[in-house]
Ligand binder design. Structure first.
Ligand code: C5P
Length: 309
């Protein structure tokens, strides 16, 4: 006698959310021949999310809504569409999908919103198409799409090396509370790296143990020590290209932030608070000082791209 047959209804829509990141440290080495820079960075995923709903369809297509949606490309350069094509190529499927993206991460803000879209699209389509890929195989596809996509998939807190795509999870105690100052106009990541090259040239190598104090602060859940250890080699170049960022950083420091750093290639400024209430106070002070377009609070670490419906 055979057992009961398990019948699972094929899913016709999958909703996934994927987090923004902040770089707690970002050490940039000299540009290599492929145009990329070797990095040593510590990423933390924070509770600002992109949402992607993948709906069964014959072809691949895309809609984008939410703050800054008008700046997101809808053509083949869109990272979520590229993720869909890469997953289809990898698995050999001829199925399509409509990807409905809702932005919750600042566009061109240095918080990897586009990478979060790509990671969310991979997880959503993996479920919709039933590809059966492992999380490691999905991460391989993610790495072909951009340096920050593997981290958006993995989340939590991790050390990134290589281009930022080779990840080692970091041990963290507790939750950290952030205020993020958003700038009306974004910065282009390639432009900021190019300006870094102009300033630093090829003369500086990466210090492998640069983050000892930062990692100790994370392990201890010690926000004041973490605040002191925040650093970003792209901060100087980002401020050169957007000088008003210096005022934003000053306003966060005046509000008693434990540490302030430009996130990734900017222009979002991340300020660490003592508590959620303190982060709210820093956000209010930055907004009242008129040094940013708006400010939002978030906490980290949080998990990477996950199916929520
Ligand atoms: O990998 P991703 O497409 O996110 O990178 C965007 C741009 O940022 C690259 O084209 C490159 O100019 C710059 N970049 C870099 N070195 C890295 C990561 C990004 O120069 N490690």
């Amino acid at each position: 006698m055979t057992g009961p047959t398990l019948v699972t209804a094929a899913r016709t829509a999958v909703k996934v959310r994927a987090p923004a990141k902040v770089n707690l440290s970002l050490h940039v080495g000299p540009r290599e021949d492929d145009g990329y820079h070797p990095l040593i960075t510590v990423f933390q995923a924070v509770s600002l999310y992109e949402e992607v709903v993948a709906v069964e369809a014959d072809d691949l297509s895309l809609t984008v809504t939410g703050p800054g949606a008008e700046y997101v490309p809808l053509d083949g350069t869109n990272l979520a569409l590229r993720a869909a094509r890469a997953l289809a190529d990898r698995t050999g499927t001829d199925r399509g999908a409509l990807l409905e993206i809702t932005k919750g991460v600042p566009v061109a803000g240095g918080m990897a919103g586009g990478s979060a879209d790509a990671a969310a699209a991979l997880v959503a389509l993996d479920a919709l198409w039933g590809t059966g890929l492992t999380r490691e195989e999905l991460a391989e596809v993610a790495a072909t799409l951009g340096a920050d996509v593997p981290f958006a998939l993995q989340g939590h807190t991790a050390v990134g090396t290589g281009r930022g795509d080779v990840l080692t999870p970091a041990m963290v105690r507790g939750t950290f509370h952030w205020a993020f100052a958003l700038r009306a106009e974004g910065l282009s990541t390639p432009d900021v790296f190019r300006h870094f090259d102009e300033i630093v040239g090829r003369g500086r190598d990466l210090a492998p143990d640069a983050d000892t104090a930062l990692m100790a602060a994370l392990r201890a859940g010690d926000a004041p020590r973490l605040g002191l250890a925040l650093s970003n080699d792209l901060q100087g170049p980002a401020i050169d290209l957007a000088p008003d960022l210096a005022e934003t950083i000053g306003a966060a420091a005046n509000a008693g932030a434990l540490g302030v750093v430009v996130s990734g290639s900017g222009p979002t400024v991340a300020a660490l608070g003592r508590s959620h209430q303190h982060a709210l106070a820093i956000a209010a002070e930055m907004t009242l000082a008129g040094v940013c377009e708006s400010a939002v609070c978030a906490s980290g670490p949080v998990p990477g791209a996950r199916v929520i419906l």
